[in-house]
Design a binder for this molecule. Structure first.
Ligand SMILES: [Cu+2]
Length: 114
């Protein structure tokens, strides 16, 4: 009985330390309307400048951006808004039209892949 209890406590400690292993950062992925390297640079730059975002990487092969963030400082909704305000869709949340229309024509949603 004592041994079982010890194992239980030990596993509890292990779980807690594993959960803290990579700090409190969270990761989220959004499907975006990005098209080219310029889109990638633009989106990653704006995400990098926004509060609470630790890192971001846009994969142009599937247009999914992966964002690492501090949940104490920002939210998934705020990150989505940053992407939308940069001119791109994020999942079902549409791009800010004004920001989208300011993008070079090759980066707009109507542009063909290049
Ligand atoms: Cu582009």
């Amino acid at each position: 009985m004592k041994k079982t209890f010890f194992l239980f406590v030990a596993s509890l400690f292990l779980t807690v330390s594993l959960a803290n292993a990579d700090g409190k950062d969270k990761e989220v992925k959004f499907k975006t309307s990005a098209i080219c390297e310029m889109c990638k640079a633009r989106m990653e730059r704006n995400l990098g400048l926004s509060k609470g975002v630790k890192a971001s990487n846009l994969d142009l092969s599937d247009k999914v951006v992966t964002v690492k963030y501090n949940p104490d400082k920002t939210t998934e909704a705020a990150i989505k808004a940053t992407i939308n305000n940069t001119g791109y869709d994020a999942d079902l949340s549409p791009a800010n039209q004004k920001a989208h229309d300011k993008l070079p024509s090759c980066c707009r949603k109507t542009a063909a892949a290049h």
